[in-house]
Ligand binder design. Structure first.
Ligand code: FES
Length: 260
């Protein structure tokens, strides 16, 4: 139970082992919503620019931008990114963590714990249009699992020098590897995947493939505990990877690499 007194001051009833002092908000309540709006807004603007206005497929040497992978119909009047971007973007837009972040930050519904809503409306949850569409999250998960497979394939290709066919290790290789690792940590910690692997069972030892499902559920749970962190880190890494490949493509410098 929490009550609001003045902005920035959160009062909660102390739980066992956690004193009131440990639950006081130390930063102004509006700082987090403001940060989320700024970062998500900047990401949206960047995604639109790189997909529609950056001059075609963002690819340099063996590196393909995650915004364009898998590369379907590289030529034509429609940007190839459009065939790909819908699934990761809708996956993130319907993600349980991002929902919390943007309901608070963009809709002020409410903006923070123990802070009043922007306007009072009867609580309807996500049972009505358009919010019930968020329930499609698990279907976007299926699509993103396929995309993640392609991103790992892109990393495999990034280990090969396209001119000589020899193994190469470049800064871009490591950037792409780090990016797909963070994306996988985010995707495989998804709440829907957690339910898929372990939900609907009363007792693992009695169910079909019970122990295998228990192990899968346990692994997803480990990642799920830090889902918010992976959500932000993977979003930053996608942008950084794209920027790096843009710089190579523009000829600003040569990718430092060794060929074996
Ligand atoms: S809940 Fe966040 S990706 Fe599924």
């Amino acid at each position: 139970m929490a009550t609001q007194t003045a902005p920035g001051a959160l009062i909660t009833e102390p739980h066992a082992g956690v004193g009131l002092q440990g639950r006081l908000r130390t930063a102004p309540w509006w700082l987090l919503p403001l940060t989320v709006v700024s970062v998500l807004g900047a990401f949206t603007v960047y995604a639109i620019w790189t997909a529609f206005f950056s001059g075609g497929v963002n690819q340099a040497g063996p590196y393909l931008s995650p915004f364009y992978s898998p590369l379907i119909w590289a030529t034509g009047p429609i940007t190839p990114a459009l065939w790909v971007l819908w699934s990761p973007l809708l996956f993130r837009a319907t993600c349980y963590y991002y929902r919390k972040a943007y309901y608070r930050s963009f809709f002020w519904d409410p903006p923070a714990c123990a802070v009043g809503e922007l306007r009072y409306r009867e609580y309807r949850g996500e049972a009505h249009f358009p919010l019930f569409l968020n329930n499609l999250h698990r279907f976007f998960l299926y699509a993103v699992l396929v995309v993640t497979g392609f991103l790992w394939y892109d990393v495999f290709l990034a280990f090969w020098d396209p001119k000589t066919g020899h193994v190469q290790l470049g800064l871009g290789t490591f950037i792409m590897l780090g990016n797909v690792t963070l994306l996988s940590l985010y995707t495989f910690g998804c709440h829907s995947l957690r339910h898929l692997s372990g939900g609907g069972l009363d007792c693992y030892s009695q169910g079909r493939f019970g122990m295998a499902r228990f192990r899968a559920w346990s692994a997803v749970t480990v990642l799920n505990l830090r889902h918010a962190m992976w959500a932000w880190l993977s979003m930053f890494s996608v942008v950084l990877t794209d920027i790096y490949i843009h710089m190579l493509r523009a000829g600003w410098f040569i990718d430092p690499h060794v060929v074996f």
